[in-house]
Design a protein around this ligand. Sequence first.
Ligand SMILES: NC(=O)c1ccc[n+]([C@@H]2O[C@H](COP(=O)([O-])OP(=O)(O)OC[C@H]3O[C@@H](n4cnc5c(N)ncnc54)[C@H](O)[C@@H]3O)[C@@H](O)[C@H]2O)c1
Length: 287
Amino acid sequence: MLRGSRCFSVICDVGPTTTPYSTSTLPPNPQPKTAIVTGAAQGIGRAIAIQLASDGFAIVISDIASKQDLMDVVAAEIKSKNAGSQTLVVPADVSSEADVNKLVAKTKDTFGGLDVMVANAGICLANPILDVTIQEWDKLFSINVRGVLLCYQAAARLMIEQKRGGRIIGASSIAGKKGGGNLSAYSASKFAVRSLTQSAACEWGAHGITVNAYAPGTIETPMLHDAEATIITPSGAGLISQLKASTALRRSGQPEEIANFVSMLASDKSSCMTGQTITIDGGIWFD
Ligand SMILES: NC(=O)c1ccc[n+]([C@@H]2O[C@H](COP(=O)([O-])OP(=O)(O)OC[C@H]3O[C@@H](n4cnc5c(N)ncnc54)[C@H](O)[C@@H]3O)[C@@H](O)[C@H]2O)c1
């Protein structure tokens, strides 16, 4: 081994702090629990924000600035469903370190801390490998991978400082479990989310922070309908109908079905679960 280098176990190197963590040793948190959801203007992120608000979290709804109106609609919907719920809308581009740091700082200023980070924002690119341009690759990775890294880092820094643990949750995909034709860059980015989730779980577990991800299959959102319009399947059949036929349940999923799982991940019910990327796809991919 080189002098000064550290030996990293492939199983799980938890870093320098290895003291077992117990929630019972921590002081109670006097503030309401707070969750940030990125990509929350529509689709899965919107459903997660609404679900976590009904679970009692103060919710920070974040998305790119051009989705300000949609974010405001989500905030209004939350308030109309849950009297007294607290929401904050913060436009942020997750590929920008400055934006993500401001998002977390504003959350701390407004609600006094952070308990749950849902790094949901992502984009999809459907292209044969030979057609993927460097610009497309870099854009996809800047959002789907760097964006998740930045959200994980900023959340963990605050959670470690707070000393009350936390939940960090990322968006992978069944494309992060198995590569597929015309999805090379997207699939690679979602594999990256899985490995980042595993490494973060190892490094931050000693601080009582769990890190998990969801891996949706075919969920009815604007992203899926955009993909339907651009992806040509080998058989020529529509993407959504082909994907539905390939599920054990013979149907696509709804954003609320991902939100239900995230609700469990964000709660104490998932206290012994970390480093996992759980498939929710109606039965396409079996781990
Ligand atoms: N819908 C599916 O079938 C499916 C399947 C597998 C994985 N996913 C993943 O789930 C997540 C949510 O997907 P969705 O279907 O709701 O997609 P969507 O396109 O409907 O919503 C994604 C949201 O992310 C936002 N976003 C994009 N770039 C951003 C950036 N740079 N900064 C901040 N926000 C940004 C968009 O504005 C949009 O509101 C994504 O990470 C996606 O890859 C979705």
